[in-house]
Design a protein around this ligand. Structure first.
Ligand SMILES: NC(=O)c1ccc[n+]([C@@H]2O[C@H](COP(=O)([O-])OP(=O)(O)OC[C@H]3O[C@@H](n4cnc5c(N)ncnc54)[C@H](OP(=O)(O)O)[C@@H]3O)[C@@H](O)[C@H]2O)c1
Length: 230
């Protein structure tokens, strides 16, 4: 197994946890929000002799705030990580899988992918890209033995909210949050299901169902109400 992030110390402690269970873990330090970061990472994966049959694009972050006040450079970095790097790595990994024995690319989208998000406009839009792109690619590639699965979690207890600044959103604090392990387990279980989308948790599934039934204008207004800081 190969794990990637910017903080090597955290990767190494993760490797220390997993390795005793009989899985050899390699760590690569990489920053995927800089231009060229994804291509550079792929070269290093190939150089190490890896040919993945499961590739998970998990890294991503959000930004909370009034759109005109958010720093443009951070938004562009978010687009680079959540969209550009995911696109590059999905394409490279899927091409390799199509040439070899097939495989699965698991892309982290979100329930945010199903609706616009006032005060998180760019983040919600990046996740809509991930959902749409993954579903389309899955349809194109399934005949070649490659599956692309968009995993769409709802509120999950991770560092995401501290990074995004959504700890200021009162409604978010009251919202039910799933454990990250449970979300990850559900995603892994769906790999051989043939599905192109999976929403972990019954509450999240119900919410997405309701969002799909309501007029888009109402959904956008409601989403804006939930994402108010006060
Ligand atoms: N938590 C939620 O409520 C929620 C809900 C729906 C979807 N999601 C999605 O789930 C995914 C995982 O997020 P999370 O909740 O686990 O957040 P998290 O706790 O902040 O984890 C983000 C992970 O991505 C890595 N990462 C961040 N920026 C990176 C960069 N520039 N280059 C390489 N790696 C980077 C981080 O490691 P380093 O910081 O060490 O690089 C960390 O391992 C994201 O795509 C997020 O949008 C989260």
């Amino acid at each position: 197994m190969l794990v990637v992030a910017r903080r090597l110390d955290r990767l190494q402690s993760l490797a220390g946890e997993i390795s005793p269970q009989g899985c050899l873990v390699h760590c690569i330090q990489a920053d995927l929000e800089v231009a060229g970061g994804a291509n550079d990472l792929w070269s290093r994966i190939i150089d190490k002799g890896f040919s993945p049959d499961l590739f998970v694009n998990n890294a991503g972050f959000g930004l909370y705030g009034n759109s005109l006040e958010l720093p443009l450079q951070r938004e562009l970095a978010m687009v680079e990580l959540n969209i550009s790097s995911l696109l590059v790595l999905t394409k490279l990994a899927a091409s390799q899988m199509a040439k070899g024995g097939g495989g699965t690319v698991l892309n982290l989208a979100s329930v945010a992918a199903f609706q616009p998000g006032p005060r998180m406009a760019t983040y919600f839009a990046t996740k809509s890209f991930v959902l749409s792109y993954s579903q389309a690619l899955n349809e194109e590639l399934c005949a070649r033995g490659v599956r692309v699965l968009a995993l769409c979690p709802g509120n999950t207890s991770t560092a995401f909210h501290t990074v995004a600044g959504t700890t200021r959103v009162k409604a978010m604090q009251k919202m039910f949050a799933m454990e990250a392990k449970s979300v990850a387990r559900q995603g892994i279980r769906q790999i051989d299901s043939g599905k192109s989308v999976w929403i972990p948790g019954l509450l999240n599934q119900a919410m997405v169902l309701i969002v799909g039934l309501l007029p888009r204008k109402w959904v956008t207004h409601l989403s804006g109400q939930v994402l108010r800081a006060d």
